[in-house]
Design a protein around this ligand. Structure first.
Ligand SMILES: *Cc1c(COP(=O)(O)O)cnc(C)c1O
Ligand SMILES: [Zn+2]
Length: 415
């Protein structure tokens, strides 16, 4: 924590030393999400793009350790989190009449989603705090990430997910040895429950947008994008949004790099939500502040971005407003349609929430929001294997054939 100056409340701006608060601003209770502040002048003396280039990419997000809120000598998980590929996607670009599109495939993380970036921080912080048990509420991926990373560090995870979470995600929790409680309610219910339970039992709480360090893990994707693009920021980044922690983290990452002088412009950040869970699009359109938002029903097949009251709403709104981006909503059908399009044109298989980012790019092009010359990155946040049920809705059932040449010829004639 050599370079951490303290924590600042995103509502009132009050500043705290890291040891003076555990998770949130005491004046604002559970809504008082804190932002980690850094000493950029000192950082600039200590780390540079050139020094990072000397480190092995096998270290993943820990290549940027001085820019993360952990002790220099803290043990980090052995699993490789981050340094995920940024693939040029010329066929997607061509479909949309654009010149430069990349997809960042965070489905290749150890538990197959972007959430590993945050859970990696969570287990390091839990160890620093001397905790043995870590808990989280989750729609599924954050918990899978916590379960896997906890297993890698010999910590016990206790998971609270809605009982409707996709089976592949629940399988991950169980296989990694987490204690799993299926909540008879929504993600929002699970979140509130976890706050109470963690306090009661004294467990380390990973909850998104409550634990201030989760955004810090997520910001590493912005570092990687810029490094992978030769320390030049893209012009526009498309991010799928539920609670808003990823988009807030991405914004933080680009801001860090701008403050360090490693990039010279901010990308425009585009937040994409499912129509049935679009509280942030609504707030952005109506010019509401985060603290003016109220819970709304959330209903989308993209389970990872189903959030009635996005927990990181303040950071999420700032990410778009401060970068002159936009919030857009896409329908569940548009999300489903995007899954095979991305897969067939890049080779990357995305879960519905991840495909939402690309559906948002399609929408932005339709609305004329994108200049064809822009350099655009689409963040693919989770593997398609997480949710086979929805993926299979987008493709026909294959024919069953007798094991004979004749049968195959008959099928090929029909096609
Ligand atoms: C969690 C998640 C998101 C959304 O992140 P938020 O921080 O909740 O906005 C998007 N895609 C996937 C695959 C996720 O797991
Ligand atoms: Zn406050």
């Amino acid at each position: 924590m050599r370079f951490v100056l303290g924590l600042r409340c995103t509502i009132c701006g009050a500043e705290y030393a890291v040891d003076d608060v555990s998770y949130v601003c005491p004046r604002h209770g559970d809504d008082g999400i804190l932002d980690v502040m850094y000493d950029y002048d000192a950082l600039r003396q200590h780390i540079s793009p050139a020094s990072i280039a000397q480190t092995s990419t096998d270290a993943g997000i820990w290549r940027y350790k001085p820019l993360l809120p952990v002790q220099a000598d803290s043990p980090v998980p052995p699993l490789r989190v981050g340094w995920t590929p940024l693939y040029a996607a010329p066929r997607l670009a061509e479909r949309l009449g654009l010149h430069h599109v990349w997809v960042k495939d965070d489905g290749v993380n150890p538990t197959a989603s972007f959430k590993d970036r945050a859970s990696a921080l969570a287990v390091v912080k839990a160890r620093e705090a001397g905790a043995q048990i870590v808990t989280t509420a989750s729609t599924g991926n954050a918990a899978a990430a916590l379960a896997g990373l906890a297993a890698s560090m010999s910590l016990q995870a206790v998971i609270f997910v809605p009982k409707t979470a996709p089976p592949a995600k629940i399988a991950q929790h169980l296989i990694y040895g987490a204690r799993v409680l299926l909540v008879d309610g929504t993600y929002d219910d699970a979140f509130e429950l976890t706050l109470k339970v963690a306090k009661e039992f004294g467990w380390y709480n990973r909850n998104t947008a409550y634990n201030p360090y989760m955004s810090e893990g997520k910001k590493t994707a912005a570092y990687e994008i810029c490094e992978q693009m030769g320390w030049r920021a893209p012009d526009r980044v498309f991010v799928p949004v539920g609670d808003g922690c990823i988009i807030g983290g991405i914004y933080k990452g680009f801001r860090d790099l701008l403050a360090l002088g490693w990039i010279d412009a901010m990308p425009k950040i585009m937040g994409i939500q499912a129509e049935g869970s679009s509280a942030l699009v609504d707030a952005w359109e109506r010019d509401l502040a985060g603290w003016e938002m109220t819970p709304q029903p959330a209903n989308t097949l993209a389970d990872s971005i189903s959030a009635g009251l996005p927990r990181d709403r303040i950071k999420a709104l700032a990410a778009v407003r401060e970068t002159d981006g936009a919030y857009l909503r896409v329908s569940d059908q548009e999300i489903l349609d995007a899954i095979p399009v991305i897969a067939r044109n890049t080779g990357v298989f995305s879960e519905p929430a991840a495909a939402t980012a690309y559906a948002g790019l399609v929408k932005a092009v339709e609305k004329g929001l994108v200049d064809p010359a822009e350099r655009i990155v689409v963040l693919l946040t989770g593997s398609g294997l997480k949710d086979i049920g929805n993926a299979m809705k987008t493709v026909p059932q294959p024919p069953i054939v007798a094991p004979t040449l004749e049968a195959v010829k008959a099928v090929m004639r029909e096609a």
